[in-house]
Design a protein around this ligand. Structure first.
Ligand code: PAF
Length: 522
């Protein structure tokens, strides 16, 4: 592993390292198992080839307040070098203050993150801290120009702020939040834990324990009405004080906007900071009223089913293929000999409808309707030709939306369709609009028909069919195909399936932290 101490050495290394993706882990040194887990994650390919990993070690004076621990912050470059190399880093950039800030602190161009993200939590108690963090990270990003920036979720406010800074400045780097690493008794790993002595170390473990108990308490008491949080905050504060921890704050906020939250709705951050002797500890848990929901909408033939199924499996979420439900109803309408465009005749068929989606032993999805196994049959060109017409009836829409919402009551699923983010699960944690150009979708459809032994029309004809279906889906009066305002558009032209899944995993992790939905593989 290369040790780089000047910007010139860094430039030379960057110039000679080849074209592999570059993943960057910024640290203030005093590396521990938590940093090593960031470096190990940074080594994972993400489907785009084996990356190179650069770690920086820089105790950034800009992010310390006048009475904070800048002078005594642990510095151990030789040990850091070994730990970074052991975890698989290719280079360690450890500049001096004069090397990174040659113009001197007073003359620096600084990055000021939005006030709304800094005014609560640690920002309220550490004036100027996040400006210092944003300034150094942007400077490092400008010098290094990595493809991916890995940050711990432990410093959740820092992660939210840096994501926002990267987004607002249009920096071409993917930000990945990584799971918090803990000691056996729950204490989150931190370089500052080195300050804890004897009895203090025992008392420090009360912070994660009290937060975890509070989260547990809410999980037990789920009610129809949103749970008020004030009493819980008071209780956490009191318990921390009983452990002789000196509390800076105990706050509940929206996990992404970081604005105070008074009731449990949506993903909520319960965070606390407290002093244990000379050490300032921070920690948090996430509160959720149900498991996460991902809504994936988009036009026909954009490859939604394949990627959604694989994505759901990767995250341990249930896959809800709502398109298959509409297809099954279409099959039933056709089998019953009813005209698909006759809403009056279709409506009675929906009464007492038994429509089931289940997972086959092979892992694939099985669909049955009124006791008929229709997994294959609903993929026929006849069903494909009429599903839009059937799905446009308000009675069909209402019946299936109700059923889908009942299936999603406890969350923990990825639902795929046309109006999931707008009508079925408008409060989904992540909404994606997955699409591809008409030409690309026609190519994919031709390949699929060919592989399944059906006659393949000319590409132009397929394109026209797809355009016609898009038009029908997006102009119908009931539940038209529209992109939810808060959905992320993902255009899959030219992307391999694995790359699309990686992108979805990244998007999911931006919305749903590891602590809220743990899954060691993503
Ligand atoms: O989290 C840290 O260690 C620091 O705040 C960072 C991101 C390296 C910036 O100095």
């Amino acid at each position: 592993m290369q040790l780089l101490q000047t910007r010139a050495e860094l430039r030379r290394w960057l110039g000679s390292r080849g074209s592999a993706p570059l993943h960057f882990v910024p640290t203030m040194g005093a590396l521990h198992r938590g940093h090593q887990s960031l470096i190990r994650r940074a080594n994972r390919t993400g489907g785009l080839g084996q990356p190179q990993v650069l770690v920086s070690v820089f105790v950034n004076p800009l992010q310390f307040g006048p009475n904070e621990d800048l002078e005594r912050y642990p510095r151990s470059l030789e040990a850091d070098r070994q730990l970074a190399a052991e975890a698989g880093a290719q280079a360690l950039f450890a500049p001096s203050v004069a090397e990174l800030y040659p113009e001197g602190e007073a003359e620096l161009t600084r990055v000021q993150p939005p006030r709304s993200l800094q005014q609560g939590l640690c920002g309220a108690h550490r004036s100027g801290h996040f400006e210092g963090v944003a300034t150094v990270v942007v400077r490092l990003l400008a010098l290094i120009q990595p493809d991916r920036l890995l940050l711990g979720e432990k410093d959740w406010q820092q992660l939210v702020i840096l994501r926002r800074v990267v987004h607002d400045l249009g920096l071409a780097v993917q930000v990945e939040g990584c799971p918090t690493q803990r000691e056996a008794d729950g204490l989150a790993l931190s370089s500052r834990n080195r300050y804890l002595e004897g009895e203090q170390r025992r008392r420090a473990a009360a912070l994660p324990r009290i937060l975890a108990t509070a989260a547990q308490q809410l999980r037990g008491g789920a009610t129809a009405e949103p749970t008020p949080l004030a009493a819980l905050l008071g209780q956490v504060r009191q318990q921390l004080e009983q452990e002789q921890l000196v509390v800076d704050y105990v706050e509940a906020t929206n996990a992404h906007s970081l604005q105070p939250r008074h009731q449990l709705t949506g993903l909520t951050l319960l965070a606390a900071a407290a002093h244990c002797g000379p050490t300032r500890l921070i920690d948090h848990v996430f509160l959720m009223s149900r498991a996460p929901i991902v809504a994936i909408d988009g036009p026909a033939g954009a490859g939604k089913s394949t990627v959604t199924r694989a994505f759901a499996e990767r995250l341990g979420l249930i896959y809800l293929d709502t398109g298959a439900m509409y297809r099954a109803v279409t099959w039933w309408v056709q089998r019953s000999g009813v005209a698909p465009d006759d809403a009056g005749a279709v409506a009675p068929l929906l009464e007492g409808l038994e429509l089931q989606l289940s997972t086959a032993a092979s892992g694939g999805q099985r669909v049955s309707i009124n006791g008929h196994e229709v997994t294959e049959a609903i993929r026929s060109p006849e069903v494909t030709g009429q599903v839009s017409v059937v799905a446009a009836h308000a009675c069909v829409r209402d019946a299936l939306t109700r059923q889908q919402q009942a299936m999603g009551e406890r969350g923990g699923l990825v639902a795929e369709g046309r109006d999931i983010g707008t009508a079925v699960f408008p409060d989904a944690e992540l909404k994606v609009f997955l699409t591809a150009t008409t030409a690309e979708r026609a190519r994919r459809r031709a390949l699929d028909l060919q592989q399944r032994g059906f006659a393949v029309p000319a590409l132009g004809e397929l394109e026209a069919q797809i355009a016609e279906r898009d038009h029908l889906d997006s102009t119908r009066a009931v539940a038209p195909l529209t992109q939810a305002e808060d959905a992320v558009e993902l255009i899959t032209d030219g992307l391999a399936i694995e790359a699309v899944i990686e992108r979805l995993v990244d998007l999911f992790r931006q919305r749903v932290p590891h602590d809220a939905w743990p899954n060691p593989s993503v």
